[in-house]
Structures are given as structure tokens and as C-alpha cells.
Design a protein around this ligand. Sequence first.
Ligand SMILES: NC(=O)N[C@@H](CC(=O)O)C(=O)O
Ligand SMILES: [Zn+2]
Ligand SMILES: [Zn+2]
Length: 359
Amino acid sequence: MNTMISIRTPDDWHVHLRDGAQLDQTVAATARCFERAIVMPNLVPPVCTVDAARQYRNRIRAAIPPGASFQPLMTCYLTDGTDAGEVAAGYSEGVFAACKLYPAHATTHADSGVTDVRRIHAVLATMERTGMPLLIHGEVTDADVDVFDREAVFIERVLSPIVRDFPALKVVLEHITTAEAVDFVRDSGSMVAATITPHHLVINRNAMFQRGLRPHAYCLPVAKRERHRLALRRAATSGLSKFFLGTDSAPHPRAMKESACGCAGIFNAPVAIEVYAQVFEEEGALDLLEAFASEYGPRFYGLAPNAGQISLMRTPWQVPDEIEVGGQAVVPFLAGETLTWQLATNHGLRAGQSGPPTI
Ligand SMILES: NC(=O)N[C@@H](CC(=O)O)C(=O)O
Ligand SMILES: [Zn+2]
Ligand SMILES: [Zn+2]
């Protein structure tokens, strides 16, 4: 049994760092082990212009802990009115790494999202031509489609036509939650990939209803049946380069989660790499963790993998019950539970900054 694993420094290909007073903690929690991160643009108001992305990137950079090395990769929030020229300029200037498609009202702060993909065809054509990836929250929003079917129906009604109409467009189906998504991504060409979160590898939908209503297990897309979780675990640990790490760490203040209309989102940055390691070990695939966490993502985005390394020790530790983020309590994923692996060293951090994530 390994007592330590060292892997090339990983990246997080899907994270919500939020803004303002929250940045100090969210950036620290991600930068403690990830070298780069694809930063979601669903702020209020959303990040829709090159200028807004540049300013947001500056705020994130200002929040990087001293001595840490971290590179935020910015995304453009697509709306019905997105201008193809703005997107192309942001990409060529090295500000936008990708565009994000939220179907209007599909998730947290998706109110300005796209109402009909036909409205952004010119943008997608430009992205296809320039090699810019399209990142997708893949759920339909029709009231007559069951919440648990919204990803599968999206694949059928929206994603399949996008992939057919734009065969050379790089597409990442984000935070996949179903066997249908696994099958679709696996059976599509090399331009289609998916990110998988730690929480969807660990919980199924029962987690939301364990002896009561559990708002901290609620996120979108919502966790599905056990057979879907098992399909995700097989995909993540398959060694297929189409499936790579994206945490979807999405903090909401405790009071906003524990509410009559609780927010969707799970804050997992403080435990993410440790949970992935645990899952890969349980699946007998620790040797594939590095590829999933540190190689397949950069390969898909056309970037070099990181040069540094991180190490995890087999030193059980207890996840804090809550963590303060921007002056408000946030309950992290697996709060109060004991994890097997502990981050030991991050060669991007100065001595004294490693160890358990007491951010
Ligand atoms: N995943 C979530 O449940 N919430 C995310 C939005 C998203 O990624 O869909 C958030 O910003 O809170
Ligand atoms: Zn989403
Ligand atoms: Zn997200």
C-alpha cells in the first residue's frame, strides 16, 4: 500500500472563484494544489467582455497567496447578444481561454444565458475556426422535463446538433452526471471531452435525502442514481483522455444553502484532490490519477502539462465543519468526515503553507 503519491501538478478545468471578499479564500483553496484553473464567468453581472475578464483576472491575481504559483484561465459568458468579434479578440489577446454556454436559467447566475443556440451560431463558427473551446452546462430548462433527465435530454436535443453542425469545434461537456453523458462523450470524435467533479464520483441522489433534506449535497446538474455514479467512476478511471478533472467547486454561504430555496453548488476545493485520490485508489487506478488530473486537460486545451509536482500522504485528517469565505461560513464537501489522503507538498508553495487546507 502506498504511503505517498507524487503526481505532476494538476489543474482544475472548472471552478467558481466568485469575487470580492471571497477571492482570498477561494483562490487560496484552489491554488494550494492546482497550478491553473478555468475560471467560470457566472458573476453578477456575468463576465461577457474582454475588458471585464481582464479586470476579473487582475482581482484574482491580486488574491494569490504570497509564494504560490497560480494561473487563472478566463472564460467568456455567452449570451444571446455575444459578439463573435469580441470573442475572437479576447482569445487572440490571450484573455479568454474558452467560452461558456449556460442555457438561460439552467443554474446559478445563468439568467443571462443563451435562450436558443441558433442565436450564437456565428460565435460558434468563429470559435470552431480559431480552435477556441466551448464549455457547456448541459441541461435543458424546460419545465416539463424531469430535473433528473435534463442532462440526457440536453445531449439529445442540443449537444448532438452542436457537434453535428460544428464538427471541428472543441467542446467540453462540464460536470457530467449520467451514463448517457459518458457514452456520448466516449463515442464522439476527439473534439468532445468532459470534466468530472469529485462530488459526482462520491455521492448519488440519496445523499440529498439522508434522514432529512441535505442542502449541502445539492448542486446542478443534480446527482443521479447509483448506476450513473458508477458509470462516472468507470469513465474517470478508464484512462481515456476525454475525461479529465474539473471540480466545479462552487461556494455559497451556509445561510444561502440552508434556506427554503437553497442555492445549487458544492464547495469542494479544500478537499478536491484528496477525494479524487481516494476514488482512484478505491477503483484500483491510482496509477491513472496523474493522467486524469494533470495530463488530459492540458492536452485537450493544447497546453503543456505543468512541470512541478505535488505529493499526497496517507495521513487521515478530518474535514472542517465549516470554512470562512469572505467573512461568511461555508460548509465544504464532506464536512466533518475523515479523508485518507492529505496534501503534503506543493512545490509551488513556500514552506509553512503546505499541510491540511486550513484556509
Ligand atoms: N454547479 C452548481 O450547482 N452551481 C454553480 C453553477 C454551475 O456550475 O452550474 C454555481 O455557480 O454555484
Ligand atoms: Zn454548471
Ligand atoms: Zn460550475
